[in-house]
Design a protein around this ligand. Structure first.
Ligand SMILES: Nc1ncnc2c1ncn2[C@@H]1O[C@H](COP(=O)(O)OP(=O)(O)OP(=O)(O)O)[C@@H](O)[C@H]1O
Length: 835
């Protein structure tokens, strides 16, 4: 076959062993590359590649050169156009064998027939996300699909942004190399592609379908946290009087207060929501029996959840809104009804799902329904070993389930592909941690298959440091800080070696809970280590929002000393109040005000309070104050003072204070955008703004702070939970707090509701412990036994995710005090088991 006569649309694989790579070949390859065709070359000897080098930096050209061996087994030249290997398939296998660094598995996935449903179930760092991006490029070149016909579902908003950036980078790099305008158009069209979490995707779909399903087009999606609590309180009010007379437990509530009971019941109800149970399923739960004092609770639960679900449904209909957790369930219902999806919603030709192992049952049903409704082609990727959202209902048998559902309900077949090469972690390090995973595999904590093949040959360091102290021992921060300082020094040296274009190596401290992340943050503040606390949802508790809320409240209540004192403490105030001078006032309002009113937080204050807030639109007054007072620069100066007490290096503390001030500014800008959105249809008053801010500061933990660009975050340690670290990679990963026990069953206010799907329905087992007393139903102990096993597995997967985030260094504190014994009840114990 002559290279000149071939016109690949997407890619060319060309193996030419035993004969020269001629100038004609080279010129043709150059021509193809310039037209945006991906080329993979397998050559021997020392071929001339002049003019081609620049393409090698991108994904467009890969060249694999082997020594002049006897390649007689490979038919040469071996050419594959656009992945149509047909009768040269065996040749492809031979080439792959000769070139272990060629990832033939990725190649096969990327080039699989466009209409095929693909599932890629593979270990950490094997390039699953990477191959998804390449697959999209393949489809764009080989079919008439456009970006708006593709839906990509990611697990978090960060992952969605990450995917968007990766695609953009790929298009941009192709444009720079080929000058082809097509790639610029693709960058523009990226905005039409739906890359989102399953929640935002479902939200949009419900809105599109709302009118058809009786919700109207303005259907709202709300969290209903408060309303659900009120429904439970309302129910208990009605129910308890009767209940109290009937059951002896009433005298023996043993000090369990009503608000504590409400909290437990709310938690139980949320557990059902997370599991995605329908109203019918909740109504038919199998509760078993309950003896003695537990009988009262049992009867209560049997009626309560079904009744509250009914009331909740009415409430949602009245308000023309649905809850967040309902979303996928609603769509599933719509998809199953007679309405033809295709007439109302935007078509989905390709549906990609990343991190598929964390998809829950309803979402799997939704994916199956969408596939059927739109006749979409699916591409799901994930790693069962990284399934860490069981508490939210994720089903770690997701892949098998989807496959079965597709076959049984849609008559479709899904083809599974493996990936076995790991590009993230230094090979030797990978080998060492793999031994630990294999140990967990033997004990069935982890679904462990064959080891991955490490593709990186960098230097590495594995340090599972054996320490021994009590949970709250002061040596904990000392050890962690020592490791972090060492890691920062290592990445600094590494950075000096890197070229400018390469990304700065990152250090991460990974923990189990937000509370642990907060503790690490406090240690770092005291030690003068700069960090990013990436726990998410911190926007409404950030300094910028707190300061702004204090400003609003003081404008609303200028005669309230507390409000004024709060304002003086913000970065809007140019005056510092001497707090000591206020002590003699004994908290008396008039005396406090007398002192406070001797000052003004800023020169325009009186004018604002007296005149402007009554005459001008509120937002314009607030903007005016920000312009005049410039809170950013005061914030920066205060941060300089604070940081300099723990870090005396002037350049460093000034740079850090500046970054914090930039963050402050971003937060404030985001706040203004949100205020505009929320109050776009309403008349904005100080009162309504204050109320909205107070409410969100108290309960909203869903909004993230806008991120500073990566270069601004260089040199900062990232503190995050393992859940948030998913899909990310770091030069050094440090894992403290391995002694935390998995379950709180020893705790004297422990309560739990567990479920198990059986052929006869869903079994529900509950337990409530309060001090010395324990109430439970007959199903609980069996389900708890099973739960204990499942928790160990879930924790092993979590630790697997943490450990596989590292590129070169993995340092963990293994607390021996908690590592031994017959109970595997902590990460330390798991490390003890495996090592
Ligand atoms: N063929 C390849 N050649 C070189 N590097 C690659 C290749 N494929 C992927 N990588 C790199 O390997 C690293 C891991 O890839 P990626 O994030 O796609 O893996 P993943 O399977 O999604 O990982 P995880 O499931 O652990 O989040 C990335 O830095 C990526 O750029």
């Amino acid at each position: 076959m002559e290279l000149q006569s071939l016109s690949p649309k997407y890619s060319l694989l060309f193996a030419n062993y035993g004969s020269p790579f001629t100038d004609e070949y080279r010129d043709r390859v150059l021509q193809l590359l310039e037209n945006g065709v991906k080329v993979i070359l397998f050559l021997d000897g020392s071929p001339t590649l002049e003019g081609l080098e620049r393409f090698e930096q991108s994904n467009l050209l890969s060249v694999f050169i082997s020594a002049e061996l006897n390649h007689s087994t490979v038919p040469t030249p071996c050419i594959v156009v656009d992945g149509q290997f047909g009768d040269v398939e065996s040749c492809l296998d031979q080439i792959a064998e000769l070139n272990p660094s060629f990832n033939v598995e990725q190649y096969r996935i990327e080039h699989a027939p466009p209409e095929q449903h693909l599932s890629v179930e593979a270990g950490a760092g094997t390039g699953k996300t990477t191959v998804m991006v390449q697959r999209i490029l393949f489809l764009l070149h080989m079919t008439d699909v456009t970006l708006k016909d593709i839906v990509m579902i990611t697990f978090t908003r960060d992952a969605a942004k990450n995917m968007f950036r990766k695609l953009r980078k790929e298009f941009l790099s192709r444009f720079q190399l080929t000058g082809n305008q097509r790639y610029i158009r693709l960058i523009e069209e990226l905005n039409t592609m739906q890359i989102s979490t399953i929640h935002s995707f479902a939200k949009k779909l419900v809105q599109q379908l709302g009118s058809v399903h009786g919700f109207g087009t303005k259907v709202q999606i709300r969290s209903f946290g408060l309303e659900r609590k009120r429904l439970i309180e309302g129910f208990l009010d009605e129910f308890l009087a009767e209940w109290m007379e009937k059951y002896p437990v009433t005298e023996k509530l043993q000090g369990l207060r009503l608000y504590e009971l409400v909290k437990k019941v709310v938690d139980f109800w949320e557990e059902m929501e997370r599991k995605g149970f329908s109203r019918e399923e909740i109504g038919q739960l199998q509760w078993g029996t309950a003896a003695g004092e537990s009988a009262g609770f049992q009867e209560m639960f049997q009626t309560l959840f079904a009744e509250c679900e009914r009331r909740f449904q009415n409430l949602k209909e009245e308000e023309n809104a649905i809850s967040l957790n309902d979303l996928t369930r609603q769509i599933d219902m719509i998809a199953r009804s007679t309405i033809d999806f295709r007439n109302v919603a935007q078509p989905i030709q390709y549906l990609f799902v990343d991190e598929f192992q964390d998809t829950d049952d309803t979402q799997i049903r939704l994916i199956t329904s969408l596939q059927r409704a739109f006749d979409s082609s699916l591409f799901v990727v994930g790693d069962i070993k990284q399934s860490i959202y069981r508490f939210r209902g994720a089903n770690y048998t997701a892949f098998t389930w989807l496959k079965e559902m597709l076959e049984e309900q849609n008559g479709q077949k899904m083809t599974g592909y493996p990936l076995v090469k790991n590009y993230r972690t230094a090979g030797e390090l990978l080998g060492k941690i793999d031994k630990i995973f294999a140990g967990w595999g033997e004990k069935e904590y982890l679904v462990y298959e064959t080891p991955l093949i490490g593709m990186k040959h960098d230097a590495h360091s594995l340090n599972i440091e054996r320490v021994s102290y009590d949970k709250d021992d002061a040596r904990h921060p000392v050890h962690t800080i020592r490791l972090v300082r060492q890691a920062l020094e290592d990445v600094r040296k590494e950075k000096e070696r890197l070229q400018e274009s390469e990304e700065t190596p990152k250090v991460a401290v990974l923990v189990r809970t937000n509370r642990e992340a907060q503790r690490v943050k406090e240690w770092f503040e005291d030690a003068g280590i700069f960090f990013d606390l990436e726990i998410g949802g911190t926007f409404f508790t950030s300094d910028a929002v707190n300061d702004f809320a204090s400003l609003v409240e003081a404008l609303l209540y200028p005669t309230n000393p507390q409000s004024m004192l709060n304002l003086y403490a913000t970065s809007y105030s140019q005056v510092q109040i001497d707090w000591i001078a206020l002590v003699p006032c004994n908290g008396e309002r008039e005396r406090l005000l007398e002192i406070l009113h001797q000052h003004q937080p800023f020169p325009e204050w009186k004018d604002c309070v007296k005149e402007r807030i009554r005459l001008e639109p509120i937002l314009s007054v607030l903007r005016g104050i920000i312009e005049k007072t410039n809170p950013y620069s005061r914030y920066r100066m205060r941060q300089e003072q604070i940081i300099s007490t723990v870090n005396s290096n002037e350049t460093e503390y000034k740079a850090e204070a500046l970054k914090r001030a930039k963050q402050y500014r971003r937060n404030l800008n985001q706040l203004f955008e949100m205020i505009h959105d929320v109050f776009s249809n309403d008349f904005l008053t100080l009162y309504s703004l204050n109320k909205w801010l107070k409410l969100n500061q108290a309960i909203n933990r869903d909004v993230d702070e806008p991120k500073l660009p990566d270069e601004e975050r260089d040199g900062r340690v990232q503190i995050m939970t393992v859940h948030r670290s998913k899909g990310l990679e770091f030069h050094t990963v440090i894992v403290p707090f391995t002694e935390r026990s998995f379950r709180w069953e020893e705790n004297d206010s422990f309560s739990e509701l567990l479920f198990k799907r059986e052929s006869d329905g869903i079994n529900a087992g509950w337990l409530i412990r309060h001090g010395e007393v324990t109430w439970e139903n007959s199903k609980y102990s069996e389900l708890a036994e099973n739960e204990r096993e499942e928790v160990i597995r879930e924790e092993a997967r979590l630790l697997y995710v943490a450990m596989t985030r590292c590129e070169k260094q993995l340092w963990m504190l293994n607390n021996r005090k908690y590592a031994w014994g017959d109970k595997v009840n902590s990460w330390s114990a798991l490390l003890g088991e495996g090592v």
